[in-house]
Design a protein around this ligand. Sequence first.
Ligand code: BG6
Ligand code: MG
Length: 212
Amino acid sequence: MDIKAVIFDLDGVIVTTDDCHYTAWKKMADDEGIYFDRKINERLRGVSRMQSLEIVLEKSDKAYTEQEKLALAAKKNAYYVDLIQKLTPHDVLGGVMKNLETLKERGIKIAIGSSSKNTPIILNRIGLADYFDAVSDGNNIKNSKPDPEVFLKAAEMLNIAPENCMIVEDADAGIEAGKRAGMKTFALGNATGADFYAKSLENVDLYKLVSQ
Ligand code: BG6
Ligand code: MG
């Protein structure tokens, strides 16, 4: 396959933050009297904060002004940031460290490609702030997944051509972004449409796969 780099999504791939996102949106929606459930939450995976808010507001009859929308997004983020303070290295998902260590040892570059502006806080909390060869996140992109920008920026930081990269994602929006970037795609959990698939990274050897 000639893969020289593996780019990992953060939320739901490296760490369990997907549940913190759900809890924070649910709290904000309850405050506003807006219906929200886990099924709607699935549509927010990989999608930016403001685009996620638009999806949450589909269940509301009220017409919110731009200023009110910014306030709601800030409120959700305050709930979320509060929740992620409790993260520790134990919250890194099963199979992740083993795969990262092996890839690193064998000279395959590793990067983060996440839509989240909270990526630096999370990497810090889980003890991986200086671990990756590149971190591309919500702070350095204009367009969120399914746009390929976040993954293309990661490849650029690594100085590796997109066709030599593979992305690992738990969201359909992320798989589409990887495909549009011209990269190989690996889906986890409920994500579909990728070149490769596993329920989790627990029993997966990414190095073995990319060195085939
Ligand atoms: C993605 C999550 O990683 O980041 C989305 O899957 C989230 O659910 C997005 O909306 C933006 O996150 P943040 O931390 O910038 O609000
Ligand atoms: Mg994700």
